[in-house]
Design a protein around this ligand. Structure first.
Ligand SMILES: *Cc1c(COP(=O)(O)O)cnc(C)c1O
Length: 361
């Protein structure tokens, strides 16, 4: 007898994690660098490590189900009530919960493509159908086309700003105008995983759109806050939606050390944001360098940038690998084949520029 696995699950595309840094260390014999998962290259701040270590002493107990201290810290930081914040084991988990709360078989979820590869998986898991709206030539969301793609069956629209993997951020005014056109019974998920790295004036500020009950903002501690290994993300939204997300969530998902890491990280936010500023400066340096070499790099507002290697994606991926750099290739023969490269250690960024300069594009 076949096992009763739902067809949506049996046919799920696999999430492709960024490969670890290769052991070889590159032709130059130096260290290898992982630039494939948009992680923060800095070690934890001392206060964070100490708080987490102390929290580990309570490992015989279940975590606080309500994530009380972490929720209070995040809500306080954002000037929102605690009834407007729901935590989960990474913002991808929170996205799963959101979609599970609003969509099912027969429904549609609209999102840009190419965009975050977790979206098609999260949509398919609910049994709903994903509606992919192509990016513009500038690697941006086509908000007009996304609005036009909304039908009676649409339950949610996913906006990724800055867009992973291509880099551009949405303009706040454009998102506000978009949201005003979306029916109130359609959720607008504003995924701001990289918002701390956005320095262009006028980029989307999701929390300022929360007066609309159908807007929900997704944030994560994995990128700017450097807590990818602890799996903490959250959403901000209407209290009714927040209750639904909490109801759907796995009980006790966010671990005791992870909750402690959130509280401690927010207490050291100034230092963390100094590091973010240094990464943004590095991003500007590398992207300017690549453009100077003739690469048409789209606007980069996260801690990564897009190299449009098109049909040469595998070749360029090998060139970076030979230099000890693990980057993230996307190659399915479509318009958006290319490499997503994380801004990492200064030496790693230097090496990206060296590889690019060594080969005519
Ligand atoms: C990395 C990322 C996330 C966050 O993932 P976590 O599950 O919080 O680690 C969410 N959205 C996008 C677009 C991302 O790139």
């Amino acid at each position: 007898m076949p096992l009763p696995i739902r067809p949506e699950v049996a046919s799920l595309p696999a999430y492709v994690p960024g490969r670890p840094a290769g052991g070889a260390g590159g032709g130059a014999g130096g260290p290898a660098y992982k630039l494939s998962s948009n992680e923060n290259p800095y070690p934890p701040l001392p206060g964070v490590l100490e708080a987490v270590t102390a929290a580990c002493a309570r490992m015989n107990r279940y975590p606080d189900l309500a994530n009380t201290e972490a929720t209070e810290a995040l809500a306080g930081r954002l000037g929102l009530g605690t009834d407007r914040v729901a935590l989960g084991t990474g913002s991808v988990a929170v996205l799963y919960h959101l979609l599970q709360a609003v969509s099912g078989p027969g429904d549609e979820v609209v999102h840009a493509w190419r965009s975050f590869e977790a979206y098609p998986i999260a949509v398919q898991l609910t049994g709903a159908t994903g509606v992919r709206v192509p990016l513009t030539d500038g690697a941006r969301h086509d908000l007009d086309a996304m609005a036009a793609a909304i039908t009676d069956r649409t339950r949610a629209v996913l906006l990724c700003t800055p867009n992973n993997p291509t880099g551009p951020a949405l303009d706040h005014d454009a998102v506000a105008a978009f949201v005003a056109q979306v029916p109130e019974d359609v959720l607008v998920v504003v995924d701001e995983a990289y918002v701390e790295f956005s320095d262009r004036p006028g980029v989307c500020r999701g929390p300022e759109l929360l007066d609309r009950p159908n807007v929900v903002v997704l944030r994560t501690l994995s990128k700017a806050y450097g807590l990818a290994g602890f799996r903490v993300g959250y959403c901000l939204g209407d209290p009714e939606l927040i209750r639904a997300v909490r109801a759907v969530s796995l009980p006790f998902g966010v671990s005791i050390p992870a909750q402690a890491a959130v509280v401690a990280s927010l207490a050291h936010e100034t230092e963390l944001l100094d590091r973010v500023a240094a990464l943004v400066a590095e991003r500007t340096r590398v992207v300017d360098g690549l453009r100077g070499l003739g690469w048409d790099v789209p606007e980069a507002q996260g801690n990564f940038f897009w190299l449009p290697t098109a049909a040469g994606t595998a070749t360029w991926n090998d060139r970076f690998a030979a230099a000890g750099l693990t980057v993230r290739p996307f190659a399915d023969g479509g318009r958006w084949d290319g490499l997503r490269i994380t801004v990492g250690e200064t030496e790693a960024n230097d090496r990206v520029l060296e590889v690019a300069a060594a080969h005519p594009r």
